[in-house]
Design a protein around this ligand. Structure first.
Ligand SMILES: NC(=O)c1ccc[n+]([C@@H]2O[C@H](COP(=O)([O-])OP(=O)(O)OC[C@H]3O[C@@H](n4cnc5c(N)ncnc54)[C@H](O)[C@@H]3O)[C@@H](O)[C@H]2O)c1
Length: 289
């Protein structure tokens, strides 16, 4: 979708981090933007920011795990801006820790936001975009954790691999309808993701809440702050990601790899898969299969 000016974008998790960066980049390119997010205080901040610049921005409080709320948000978007062309299924949360330390509540929360939230965005908007016939673009936010297994991130890994698979299939399905699909696969970006627990519903909280990538119950506050500082010292600025996503929509790029230096990890995984194919090929010929 080369010509984005005047088009309408709906961004989940748009009130902070990379979603907000997308909103800023899209708005600067002349798009109308709906920011859908669960976090009230963050929504108030972005509303004030965009009001100042007189931008066409609508901020809605939406929980992406709530299908009815997503449908209502789509209706409010159409009432305000008539159509939707671009959907960024970006809201996401993370828990850290080994799989055997996970509670069902960890699974339910992270699968709910990171995977069901993306599915709900797809179900709510794809047929609407097809129906208006002007074409469009879907950006699903996965992660490099959708391409490489990261010890201590099993729940998150599960959701992000699924989002990569979903996006690849959607891209093939929607191409005939002039709807592009990109999957955003960042490495570490300085955002609020390490403090995801701020949006964790009360009924999905656990006693030993591993609500953040670096906040496990056994990590003291000072150590956590130090770890975060270390992580952010090499993290990518979220603002750059907003512009990359805009460029990917305009070029219909399948993958948005914000951290090309991480290609070696993907290469290692692919090499291991090739080796496995070779072993099984040998097995079959040795067994005459
Ligand atoms: N920051 C990173 O290093 C990194 C790396 C790879 C992928 N990601 C992914 O990027 C996406 C954006 O995260 P971010 O890093 O900008 O973090 P962030 O915490 O700054 O932003 C996430 C946003 O999602 C919102 N959100 C959380 N639960 C929600 C729900 N149920 N309904 C609606 N909104 C909800 C939050 O309020 C927040 O505004 C996520 O999908 C995350 O998994 C982040």
């Amino acid at each position: 979708m080369k010509d984005v000016a005047g088009k309408v974008a709906f961004i989940t998790g748009g009130a902070s981090g990379m979603g907000l960066a997308m909103a800023r980049s899209f708005s600067a390119a002349g798009m109308k933007v709906v920011i859908a997010d669960i976090e009230e205080a963050a929504l108030e901040r972005v509303e004030a920011e965009f009001e100042k610049s007189n931008a066409d921005v609508l901020a809605l409080q939406v929980d992406v795990t709530d299908r009815n709320a997503m449908e209502q948000a789509a209706r409010r978007t159409e009432a305000a801006f008539d159509k939707v062309h671009v959907v960024c299924n970006n809201a996401g949360v993370a828990v850290g820790g080994p799989l055997d330390a996970m509670d069902y509540k960890d699974w339910d929360w992270v699968m709910g936001v990171n995977l069901a939230g993306v599915i709900n965005g797809v179900q709510t908007f794809v047929n609407r975009i097809k129906a208006h016939g002007e074409g469009g673009h879907i950006v699903n936010t996965a992660s490099m954790a959708g391409h490489m297994a990261i010890p201590g991130l099993g729940v998150y890994n599960t959701t992000k691999f699924a989002v990569v698979g979903l996006s690849e299939t959607m891209r093939a399905d929607l191409e005939p309808h002039d709807i592009g699909v990109s999957v955003l696969c960042p490495g570490v970006v300085s955002t609020g993701i390490f403090d995801s627990g701020r949006n964790r519903p009360v009924d999905l909280k656990t006693e030993n809440d591993t609500a953040s990538l670096v906040l496990t119950a056994d990590v003291a506050d000072a150590e956590r702050a130090e770890r975060l500082q270390q992580i952010f010292s090499t993290a990518l600025d979220a603002a750059l990601v907003g512009d990359m996503v805009l460029a990917a929509i305009q070029a219909n790029d399948p993958y948005i790899f914000t951290h090309p230096e991480l290609q070696t990890a993907v290469d290692a995984r692919v090499a291991a898969i090739h080796e496995s194919f070779a072993r099984w090929s040998k097995y079959r010929s040795e067994h005459g299969i």
